[in-house]
Design a protein around this ligand. Structure first.
Ligand SMILES: Nc1ncnc2c1ncn2[C@@H]1O[C@H](COP(=O)(O)OP(=O)(O)OP(=O)(O)O)[C@@H](O)[C@H]1O
Ligand SMILES: [Mg+2]
Length: 302
């Protein structure tokens, strides 16, 4: 759906905001772009949306070039920008209808009503933007982006400043869009968000795309896992099948700790439990601790 090849965005003083980025995004996937402030996330999104012109490289959206076929590519895309470019004194309904019109689409009351209802904005439809709260304004931005039935939706930090309930509703909305075939690319500093809804994750750092990985692979490959088994009687020897892992018995001889380190094959808990049950020592408790995507992210960018 989106194909980016050798993309560079260079600002004066030879500053590379984007450095040789290549990336393909499939139709219907949710792709999360992570990276620290200034990494280039907004620049990358703006380039695909045609709001920033790349210095070199090629971007295609549904096989159309974002420079040569700007109108076509732009019409396929909905963008929820990071900042609030809203007209303060216009009503919610007019704002959203106007956005749809910008893309040359005929008015469609039903569609706009559905969008506003799904974002819980219908009862605010006649309110001027200035009277809305920050989270509501963000929802208006999403409504605008969805007003022209885009095939691709970019969300640049959609849930910053949004309360927990709305955040969860937004995740649900994004997953519903995905189910209906919309391709979603979002940036976030809220890593739990990527962990919850993304299929793939890309990490940008200082203008470079340093990693693109399927979410599960990322956690398996870069994550660590610890399994702690607490026994009702003392144990003195680690079963030999478990010695391949980084394992030890605690000083009180009551717990066995098994670790799966970074880049190590995942521990198979079923096999471990089989070995443990053969010891015929009563088990009191089993705990597992896993690295979160947040731990992995910090590890990768540092
Ligand atoms: N018009 C411009 N002129 C010069 N430098 C720019 C311009 N626009 C952006 N930059 C620089 O490009 C880099 C990338 O900015 P960008 O907004 O893409 O970061 P980001 O990853 O979206 O960060 P954030 O998480 O803070 O939103 C930054 O160093 C920024 O200062
Ligand atoms: Mg940004």
């Amino acid at each position: 759906m989106i194909s980016v090849k050798n993309l560079n965005k260079i600002y004066p003083d030879n500053f590379y905001a984007l450095s040789n980025i290549s990336l393909d995004i499939k139709q219907g996937e949710v792709f999360a772009l992570l990276g620290p402030n200034g990494a280039g996330k907004t620049t990358l999104i703006s380039s695909v949306c045609g709001l920033t012109k790349q210095t070199s490289g090629e971007i295609k959206v549904s096989n159309f070039d974002t420079i040569k076929d700007y109108k076509k590519t732009r019409s396929l895309i909905g963008l929820v920008p990071q900042e609030f470019p809203l007209e303060n004194y216009e009503s919610v309904l007019n704002t959203v209808n106007f956005s749809r019109g910008l893309f040359g689409k005929k008015p469609d009351e039903n569609h706009v009503k559905k969008v506003l209802q799904s974002l819980k904005l219908w009862d605010k439809k006649d309110s001027p933007i200035i009277t809305l709260s920050g989270g509501m304004k963000r929802r208006v931005l999403i409504a605008k982006a969805l007003s022209h039935n885009p095939k691709i939706l970019f969300l640049d930090e959609p849930t910053s400043g949004v309360d927990i309930q709305l955040r969860k509703e937004m995740w649900e909305m994004i997953l519903n869009l995905k189910r209906s075939g919309v391709t979603v690319i979002l940036t976030t500093h809220y890593i739990k968000e990527a962990e919850t809804i993304a299929d793939r994750i890309g990490i940008l750092n200082k203008g470079e795309l340093i990693l693109v990985e399927n979410k599960e692979n990322l956690i398996n490959k870069f994550g660590e896992k610890t399994i702690i088994i607490e026994f009702g009687k003392k144990i003195y020897k680690i079963p030999k099948q478990i010695r391949a892992f980084d394992s030890f018995i605690t000083d009180d001889n009551l717990c066995l700790v098994i670790k799966k380190l970074k880049n190590q094959k995942d521990v198979n808990i079923t096999n471990i439990m089989k070995v443990i049950s053969e010891l015929e020592i009563p088990i009191i408790d089993i705990k597992t601790e896993e690295s979160s995507l947040e731990d992995i992210f910090l590890d990768i960018i540092n």
